[in-house]
Design a protein around this ligand. Structure first.
Ligand code: PLP
Length: 393
């Protein structure tokens, strides 16, 4: 058998610091490496495998659509695209949707909507204010919107029209707003930077401020959407509705997809303003339809809320038992804790050796974004392993 890790070293761009495991198969909440060892996956392909690995509904939809019509371009009408659009609009505050291939592409679409909206409605305003420690993608515009210098520095100068303010600080947002501002872009729970939960008063306050100022409120639901936080979309926790929001990650159960969704008043793209060769193709959208129908039919949004509460309780118990653990937090099946020392990578490796896949968002933070189908018994299994590794750190 080839040495896959050596091939990676030789042929792949050096952008990933990978764990020393070659994964070859998955089923439900588990994956297997090439030696046949199994792992409980508490990371779910970074919040993508919402139905777990190779869920029969996803596999069947992929196979059926692959035998029927994979791709045609958007010069024609295709059925899965319109079925998925209808499902998303009927289950959200949006009136219209556009499909792309990734989260970053969805956010690019949202930023373009903001600029066109500003041109039409705010005297040419084009600036997007986002939050410090946010994450919105790896394209040039989305790193400019991402409030983390490490993603921007190597690629400066950044495109004009982006500004960041501290998260959960309404006064800072108000102070940063000017005649140039077209939109505010926020995650309801910041994921990549370690599960920082937006305060209820802040979210409500931002909505009100955007209304008063005529700004678009764009919510990045790429990680928080699809039931991840215990609501289908995380904005539902706050009784607010964004003008625009974006989805991606698990929307097609692991097949690449992204979506920008907007209220009619914010859906300002006209003919030829936007496009995407692969966006909304039959394969991705048929799989998306199967994924959404399964989430709703199996009550996975409610399940996420319930098992998420259990997971948070278990993390709080860990915190009470181990001095090293602090700041247990979570909303639905999006949870994290911090370590008082920079030992998160060692904890991830220790858990991996014991058959549990965890994710660290920094040297001090462990994030849990398991498949939505995870059970309380599997949460116990993961927490048990964490509890066995912690004393070794
Ligand atoms: N926005 C958020 C909140 C994310 O968590 C991510 C990915 O982690 C993205 C955008 C970028 O998505 P993608 O990697 O599909 O471009």
């Amino acid at each position: 058998m080839p040495n896959w890790q050596e091939l990676e070293q030789k042929y792949y761009m050096r952008v990933f610091s990978r764990l020393p495991v070659v994964l070859v198969r998955g089923e439900g909440t588990r994956v297997w490496d090439e030696a046949g060892k199994s792992y409980l996956d508490m990371c779910a392909g970074l919040a993508v495998n919402v139905l777990g690995h190779c869920h029969p509904a996803v596999t069947e939809a992929i196979c059926k659509q692959a035998r029927t019509l994979v791709h045609t371009t958007n010069l024609y009408y295709t059925i899965p695209q319109l079925e998925l659009a209808e499902l998303l609009v009927e289950h959200s505050c949006a009136d219209r949707v556009f499909f792309g291939n990734s989260g970053a592409e969805a956010n690019e679409g949202a930023i373009k909507l903001a600029r066109k909206y500003g041109r039409l409605n705010r005297g040419g305003a084009y600036e997007v204010i986002s939050a410090e420690n946010s994450f919105h993608g790896r394209t040039l515009a989305t790193i400019a919107a991402t409030g983390q210098a490490k993603f921007q520095k190597p690629f400066e100068p950044m495109p004009d029209g982006f500004k960041q303010v501290p998260f959960n600080d309404l006064d800072a947002l108000k102070a940063a707003t000017s005649a140039k501002t077209a939109a505010v872009l926020l995650e309801v729970v910041q994921g990549e930077s370690g599960v920082n939960i937006g305060d209820h008063d802040y979210m409500v306050g931002v909505r009100k401020w955007c209304d008063e100022q005529g700004l678009l409120l764009i919510l990045d639901e790429i990680q928080t959407g699809l039931g991840r936080t215990g609501k289908f979309l995380a904005y539902e926790h706050h009784g607010i509705e964004p003008d625009v929001f974006t989805m991606a990650k698990g929307l097609a159960g692991g097949v690449p997809i992204g979506a920008v969704l907007a209220k009619e008043s914010a859906a300002v793209f006209g003919l030829s303003d936007h496009g995407s060769t692969f966006g909304g193709n039959g394969l991705a959208c048929a799989t998306g339809v199967a994924t959404l129908k399964t989430i709703f039919a199996e009550g996975l949004v409610e399940h996420s809320a319930e098992v998420g509460r259990y997971l948070l309780q278990k993390l709080e118990e860990l915190q009470a038992r181990y001095d090293l653990v602090e700041n247990a937090r979570g909303l639905g099946l999006m949870a994290a804790f911090d370590l008082k020392r920079e030992v998160a990578p060692a904890l991830v490796r220790g858990a991996l050796e014991r058959g549990v896949i965890l994710n660290n968002t920094s040297a001090r933070t462990i994030r849990f974004v398991p498949p939505l189908i995870v059970t309380k018994a599997e949460v116990d299994e993961a927490i048990d392993v964490v509890a066995r590794v912690l004393p070794e750190l």
